[in-house]
Design a protein around this ligand. Structure first.
Ligand code: SF4
Ligand code: F3S
Length: 104
């Protein structure tokens, strides 16, 4: 599966939603997650994210994010169409420690 990681928080560009063939993105207030049981591992979304926040779970060190994607995909609503990204998205791109302050 692919997972959404920390840099999505407060960037939330949603370009990923447009390309996913199985609509497996779920929407929180400040980030999206991928449902690990629904993702077909096509990899199409990875290069589409302007914040480089989507990674294959084969990359090391992503256990925490895989767990978070799994947990919140069943709590948050499905999102199938891109909306406008936050106006201040760019200011948050690459910021450290977003999870502690802004995860929702
Ligand atoms: Fe959707 Fe493919 Fe990305 Fe999985 S890898 S979330 S199926 S676009
Ligand atoms: Fe987040 Fe990137 Fe999608 S910032 S909403 S994973 S395009």
């Amino acid at each position: 599966t692919y997972v959404v990681t920390e840099n999505c928080i407060k960037c939330k560009y949603m370009d990923c939603v447009e390309v996913c063939p199985v609509d497996c993105f779920y929407e929180g207030e400040n980030m999206l997650v991928i449902h690990p049981d629904e993702c077909i591992d096509c990899g199409v979304c990875e290069p589409e994210c302007p914040a480089d926040a989507i990674k294959p779970d084969t990359e090391p060190g992503l256990e925490q994010w895989l767990q978070l994607n799994d947990e919140y995909a069943s709590k948050w609503p499905n999102i199938t169409a891109k909306k406008d990204a936050p106006e201040d998205a760019k200011a948050f791109d690459g910021m450290e420690g977003k999870f502690e302050t802004y995860f929702s």
